[in-house]
Design a protein around this ligand. Structure first.
Ligand code: ADP
Length: 221
């Protein structure tokens, strides 16, 4: 199965992708995580991406598309993928369709997690992540335990681009393309609207219910 999680920053893509990929046995691919890792390792790609990320802008397509297509061509992607943060532009969506089409494959469904914008700002600015395993916590809604025991390397960090000014820029950047991509996948009859408000486990249940209705190319799912 090949799924895309679509939604504005803070909609819960990362949180849900972790849980769903695990439950469904899919490879979770987050282009944001890939860029952050490359930046932390100070690779050429990472340093280039960081310039854009720190301004809340999109990394240019020519960098992003190549990186993603290379990743989904790895053997561990054969079990199925859960894309989180890609595609973010129409050329990215078209490049993805073309690359999968060459392998007689396709995206099975796009899950559009929708959350009113006034909630997104507080979600993002209160967000903390474990540097060891990527677990996501929130100051109000999902506080990290006093003794962090999610993994052996547990340590809480806040993303550099979760500062209020950059959050606003990210929402401005992403609003338009998210709608464009929703239209693109609606036209392909692949779009599912998911209410992204409320308890994370309820949102997971809504996502799973939508995924159950998806006709897969069964033999290769
Ligand atoms: P969020 O959805 O919360 O903004 P991500 O972790 O998905 O966070 O992405 C962080 C940053 O990485 C983005 O603001 C952008 O600069 C860059 N990025 C991630 N994925 C893409 C993509 N598909 N195209 C362009 N830039 C991307």
């Amino acid at each position: 199965m090949r799924l895309i999680l679509l939604g504005l920053p803070g909609a819960g893509k990362g949180t849900q992708a972790h849980v769903l990929a695990d439950q469904l046995g899919l490879l979770h691919i987050s282009t944001g995580d890939m860029f952050r890792e490359a930046a932390a390792n100070r690779t050429e790609l990472g340093l280039r991406a960081q310039e854009f990320m720190s301004r809340g802008e999109l990394v240019p397509d020519e960098v992003t598309i190549g990186m993603l297509l290379e990743r989904i061509a790895q053997p561990d992607a054969e079990k199925g993928i859960m894309l989180d943060g890609f595609p973010r532009t129409i050329p990215q969506a078209e490049a993805l369709d073309a690359a999968l089409g060459e392998r007689d494959s396709q995206i099975d469904a796009v899950l559009y997690i929708e959350v009113p914008e006034d909630q997104l700002m507080s979600r993002l600015t209160g967000r903390w992540t474990c540097a060891g395993c990527g677990a996501i916590y929130h100051e109000q809604t999902n506080p990290a335990p006093e003794v962090l025991d999610c993994c052996t390397d547990a340590k809480l960090t806040q993303r550099a681009d979760d500062q209020p000014d950059t959050v606003k820029a990210r929402l401005d950047t992403n609003r338009e393309w998210t709608e464009q991509l929703a239209d693109y996948y609606e036209a392909a009859s692949k779009l599912h609207h998911i209410d992204g408000t409320g308890d994370p486990s309820d949102i997971t249940a809504r996502l799973l219910a939508a995924i159950e209705t998806v006709p897969t190319t069964a033999a290769e799912a």
